[in-house]
Write a protein that binds this ligand. Structure first.
Ligand code: GDP
Length: 483
């Protein structure tokens, strides 16, 4: 193992400290320890960001600094926002996309990464609505200029009410045929929430992008990882190919670039890691997310976890037939640490007792650990989300990962970790599915609510069959993912 005792004074020449050039230099290290320390807790990523992505990020950082809150271009753009339309000669130099804080933490991380990619593709400045706790959870990702939407932004108090019926909702305007291509609007609301309608989905058409492009302010509400459908827009796919020659690395790189836990959360991560994981020869993560109603633990889920980890040889079997302990070596066995995350404590307690009560058939020593058991989802509580973020991070530091179908919590962990997880299929009728799990094709998250529309032919189409690198997800037949 590595020596972590000097963790705060890491050698600044550490080649992976900047994640292959992904991170900019020049941040104050102490104000955000995770930014430059996370590389110490993970194996170096086998996926290197492309030089083109690196140059795009550096030029984005310049743009962000030039146009960010408080700058002259920002003030000019705010003035435009006061008007209904903008005249073409007043068209300012900076355009913005505002991400509205919405939904569970996993969903928020994925949707924010998607909106950031959209900002990169369209030369917009990303501003983040802090919601209840975004600023408590994450450090600033861009040098010298905040990504947070200023608290006095006039529209903030309307964010909660924005929906498919809002007058400036793009889908609503299409539906009611009030889109006027002669006048450029000062702002548009893009409703990309999972319940969105056919008109809202026109966002993913090239022609609509050509219209949206001119609008200086976009307000986006989404709970989805919509990156897969961006690859299907003709105006974006060349650029995406250049940015991500290894296609399945979009969230892996953007997630590592954007999401640095604040020091308090980083304390949760590192203390737990050092106490329970750092000395193990191998670390296995098991993320259990049960969408069934009723309080767990459920026997069928337990059975599924056992079946998957046994079949895929992630965990050894126990020998329940031994009456008397064989004499055995006391030291020298491989030590595997199992990190279980779940709202319920039952699954890890069960595994823990099993590996205490019986020896493993391989002689391996299995330690089972679960950081928190919050009982139920408490999205508005601060430390609750801090723990959730710490657990996603800890899962991303494991060597092998088992995740639950449909869970964005698991997608975040796999993406940050660069891991192709084994996905536990979603149980139906409270029965363990057979097979219990499937190996993911790629480490990318799944887009749960993609459009199925051919913008040119103006008819329905299976968007999972258009190009080889955008296909249906393992865990959701109608979802789309990049592979
Ligand atoms: P998803 O619902 O699984 O897609 O993930 P989200 O992160 O969007 O929403 C689930 C929320 O429930 C998380 O943000 C946490 O607040 C909570 N949650 C679910 N599973 C866990 C867990 O294993 N540990 C902790 N600490 N919180 C969890």
């Amino acid at each position: 193992g590595r020596n972590f005792s000097n963790v705060t004074t890491i050698d600044s020449n550490d080649s992976d400290k900047l994640l292959g050039g992904l991170l900019a230099t020049g941040f104050d290290e102490h104000s955000c320890l995770s930014r430059y320390q996370s590389s110490l807790y993970r194996k170096p990523s086998p996926y290197k960001p492309s030089p083109y992505l690196l140059s795009k990020l550096r030029s984005y950082e310049t743009l962000h600094k030039r146009c960010g809150p408080g700058t002259e271009p920002y003030k000019k753009a705010l003035n435009q926002l006061d008007q209904e339309h903008i005249d073409d000669d007043s068209n300012g130099e900076c355009k913005y996309v505002v991400w509205v804080s919405f939904s569970g933490l996993g969903n928020r991380i994925l949707s924010l990464a998607s909106v950031f990619l959209y900002a990169l593709l369209t030369d917009r400045v990303l501003l983040v609505d802090r919601g209840k706790d975004m600023d408590d959870l994450f450090c600033e990702p861009f040098p010298e200029m905040s990504w947070l939407l200023p608290l006095d932004f006039t529209m903030t108090d309307q964010f909660d009410k924005l929906n498919q019926e809002s007058p400036r909702c793009y889908g609503y305007m299409l539906k009611n045929q009030v889109v006027n291509t002669e006048n450029t609007l000062s702002h548009l609301y893009l409703h990309l929430v999972h319940d969105y309608g056919d008109e809202d989905k026109m966002f993913f058409c090239q022609e609509d992008q050509d219209f949206i492009k001119k609008v200086p302010w976009l307000i986006v509400k989404t709970d989805n990882y919509f990156v897969p459908s961006l690859w299907l827009i003709p105006g974006f796919d060349d650029e995406l190919n250049k940015l991500f020659p290894e296609k399945e690395t979009v969230f892996h790189h953007l997630g590592r670039y954007l999401f640095h836990p604040r020091n308090q959360v980083w304390g949760l991560v590192t203390r737990y890691y050092e106490a329970y994981l750092s000395n193990a020869d191998e670390k296995i993560g098991i993320q259990v997310r049960v969408f069934d109603v009723g309080a767990g633990p459920f026997q069928h889920v337990m059975d599924q976890i056992s079946a998957c980890t046994r079949k895929e040889k992630l965990l050894p079997e126990v020998d329940t037939t031994l009456v008397e302990e064989r004499s055995h070596k006391v030291r020298g066995f491989k030590h595997k640490a199992v990190l279980v995350t779940s709202l319920s404590s039952g699954y890890s307690e069960n595994l823990k007792s099993m590996y205490w009560e019986y020896p493993t058939s391989t002689g391996e020593i299995i330690g089972v650990h679960q950081p928190s058991q919050e009982g139920y989802q408490q999205t508005e509580k601060k430390m609750h989300n801090g723990k959730a973020l710490a657990e996603m991070y800890l899962l991303s530091m494991t060597d092998s990962l088992v995740t639950s179908a449909w869970s964005t919590f698991g997608y975040v962990a796999q993406g940050l970790g660069g891991l192709k997880p084994w996905i536990l299929y979603k149980p139906e009728n409270r029965t363990a599915p057979d097979p219990a799990c499937v190996r993911a094709m790629s480490m990318e998250p799944c887009f749960h609510a993609p459009p199925f529309y051919d913008c040119k032919a103006k008819t329905g189409i299976d968007t999972g069959k258009l190009v080889p690198h955008v296909t249906h997800c393992e865990d959701m037949s109608w979802g789309l993912k990049v592979v």
